[in-house]
Ligand binder design. Structure first.
Ligand code: A2P
Length: 318
């Protein structure tokens, strides 16, 4: 099975399918990474705030040491947390991630959210734990990320949860343009406008929560929310193609030119999701799934915007 790759504006290529590790518990995530590497995955999506990078690092190291995979075949992404946006906090945060992952460099380092917390705050809950949007300006954070590329610590840098307008603001002052924007993307939130706007700006999109994150914390759940895996159209397309709903969602994402990072800690589902690289959906199936868009988010970001904070959900996605 040949993995599809997408070209980035840096000249690098990113594997179309990666393993997501958000919500993968310590004690489970290492086994999942090892299983994924054995199944053929070469792209692992991580973040400091997932609080499991040390175990991911052990699994990568074990696979490399056992000769199962070479570091230069791997694509490892991580993300800068909201409490480290000030320029002098970026390098220590990256160094911690590199130490945890047992790596000399990342393939991709993303600004996780365009929202800044005070240094040392893991999760801001009250207004006084935030820094306002211009303190520091995200252009300052971006310059510090550019310096990590200069230092050879990151091959590519990018954004996550950035609207088209916020991508534009970064691009306007960037010396190195963002290579990737990683956002929630599944058929119920197809992000077509953002996909087009980012394509016009030379920015590749990675789709997170491609299966609708049914294992997300209760605090992120509301009745009637999108459930792409349970959608009857997705299920019918799956049946027609002799595939599972998850495979259809993954294949759909890749056929739209986005890389995609389904999370699983279950060996059978990890392998099943990888097999989606074999599936080719026809134009009618793509159109049927394309008609499901309700522009509805699962990760709305209200947990980053408590009342009195300098942020609002409207500001976030504007
Ligand atoms: P598990 O980790 O037990 O396999 P997302 O990538 O959108 O965040 O979704 C992750 C969720 O989807 C997890 O609950 C994961 O459970 C589940 N999942 C992953 N792969 C599949 C699959 N092939 N079929 C059904 N559920 C899946």
């Amino acid at each position: 099975m040949t993995m599809k790759y997408y070209s980035l504006n840096s000249g690098d290529i990113i594997p179309a399918l990666g393993l997501g590790t958000w919500k993968s518990e310590p004690g489970e995530v290492g086994g999942a990474v090892r299983e994924a590497l054995r199944a053929g995955y070469r792209h692992i999506d991580c973040a400091a705030i997932y609080q499991n990078e040390a175990e991911v690092g052990q699994a990568i190291d074990a696979a490399v040491t056992a000769g199962e995979v070479r570091r230069d075949e791997l694509w490892i992404t991580s993300k800068l947390w909201n409490s480290a946006h000030r320029a002098h906090d970026v390098l220590p945060a990256l160094q911690q991630t590199l130490d945890d992952l047992q790596l000399d460099y990342l393939d991709l380092y993303l600004v996780h959210w365009p929202v800044s917390f005070k240094p040392g705050v893991v999760f801001a809950r009250s207004a006084d734990e935030f820094l306002p949007p211009d303190e520091p300006p995200l252009s300052e954070t971006w310059s510090a990320l550019e310096a990590t590329v200069d230092a050879g610590l990151c091959r590519n840098i990018g954004l996550s949860n950035f609207s088209a307008g916020k991508c534009r603001e970064i691009l306007d002052s960037a010396r190195i343009p963002p290579a990737v924007n990683q956002v929630e993307l599944h058929p119920i939130l197809a992000q077509t406008e953002l996909l087009d706007a980012c394509a016009a700006q030379g920015i590749h999109l990675t789709a997170y929560s491609p299966l609708g994150s049914p294992d997300r914390p209760d605090a992120l759940k509301r009745p009637g929310e999108p459930q792409p895996l349970a959608d009857p159209v997705v299920q019918a397309v799956a049946e027609r193609n002799g595939a599972t709903p998850a495979q259809v969602l993954i294949a759909w994402a890749m056929q739209r030119g986005t890389s995609v990072i389904p999370k699983s800690v279950n060996p059978e589902r990890i392998r099943q999701n990888f097999e989606a690289t074999k599936i080719e959906l026809g134009p009618e199936d793509m159109a049927a799934i394309g008609a499901l868009d309700r522009a509805e988010r699962i990760v709305r970001g209200e947990f980053l915007c408590p009342s009195g904070s300098p942020y609002s959900v409207e500001w976030l996605w504007a």
